[in-house]
Design a protein around this ligand. Structure first.
Ligand code: ZN
Length: 309
């Protein structure tokens, strides 16, 4: 008799364990596991521009805290004619192909900085000013709100601003509507902060699909990647940054650097920057903005293209 009671109790405990009243956690743990399923966080793209992985996390956190002010900015953009201003600034002809470097017949190269603004931007701008270099900054919309003064300074000091998305997501995985929103929100906030934004776009991670590219072009943007990767985001030494630039430098080069990232990477980037500038000049090149290097033409048909969407 005792034996059956014990078996009964054990069975009862097992039932409670497997099917707790109202509990789904254990059931989920036991029955939902499917071996071989990829983990979505591992699936995340991690390539050339991977400094942005940190940025992505940062911007996601930042975004939560700034939703109110974002919608205020969006409202403000609707109320005043800033949207029209943005449209006017999308003035380069869309090339319908990914642009990696400019005119190879001219000894001009473009220095580009991704992922700003950040706390390091003023130092970058100081170095550029001291060396009389005009650069192109591909800015992340969700970072712009925190640094309105920097945006004004970039514009006042004659640099070019490109769009690097709102939240630094992988564009090859976004819907057409999400892509347009990422582009528009970023352009609007740059203009709201007193900046001038061009219709140059660099996709986060340099990643895009044929479908996303078609949406980006139809929305009035050129896609600008790079031909020289300094790999400064990775925290490599100043000498490695310099040799990465030197080994690929050619007429029309578009050089990729970063103005936001981990502290070690940014410290090395700031030490390397004056040396990169000196190296480029020693090799007989002049600096120009991306649109100058690419010799992008102002577009008369851009308005029509935008209207057709
Ligand atoms: Zn980036």
């Amino acid at each position: 008799m005792k034996k059956y009671t014990r078996i009964g109790i054990i069975l009862f405990i097992c039932m409670i364990f497997l099917f707790p009243p109202g509990g789904t956690v254990l059931k989920a743990a036991f029955f939902s596991y499917q071996p071989g399923q990829p983990n979505k966080t591992v699936e995340k793209v991690c390539n050339k521009d991977s400094v942005a992985e940190n940025q992505e996390k940062n911007s996601q956190t930042e975004q939560k805290g700034t939703e109110n002010s974002q919608s205020q900015v969006a409202e403000a953009a609707q109320q005043n004619p800033e949207s029209a201003q943005i449209k006017n600034q999308k003035s380069y002809m869309v090339e319908d192909k990914i642009l990696y470097s400019g005119n190879t017949q001219k000894n001009r190269v473009a220095l580009t900085f991704d992922d700003g603004p950040s706390d390091y931007m003023d130092k970058v701008l100081d170095i550029l000013k001291e060396n009389d270099v005009k650069a192109t900054f591909f800015l992340i919309g969700s970072h712009v709100e925190k640094y309105p003064e920097t945006i004004k300074r970039i514009t006042e000091e004659g640099h070019e601003i490109g769009n690097h998305s709102w939240s630094h997501r992988n564009f090859s995985k976004l819907t057409a509507d999400e892509i347009k929103q990422e582009l528009d929100k970023t352009a609007e906030i740059i203009v709201s902060a007193g900046g001038e934004v061009s219709n140059l776009f660099r996709p986060p991670y340099g990643s895009s699909s044929e479908e996303s590219e078609a949406v980006i072009y139809a929305h009035g943007y050129n896609i600008v990647n790079w031909s020289v990767d300094s790999k400064d985001w990775s925290g490599i030494s100043v000498n490695r940054i310099l040799s990465n630039v030197q080994s690929r430098l050619a007429p029309g080069s578009i050089i990729l650097m970063h103005s936001s990232g981990r502290k070690k990477a940014m410290t090395n980037m700031l030490s390397a920057l004056p040396k990169v500038i000196a190296l480029v000049r020693e090799q007989g090149y002049e600096f120009a903005t991306v649109s100058e290097t690419l010799e992008l033409q102002n577009a008369e048909d851009l308005e029509n293209r935008m209207a057709q969407q």
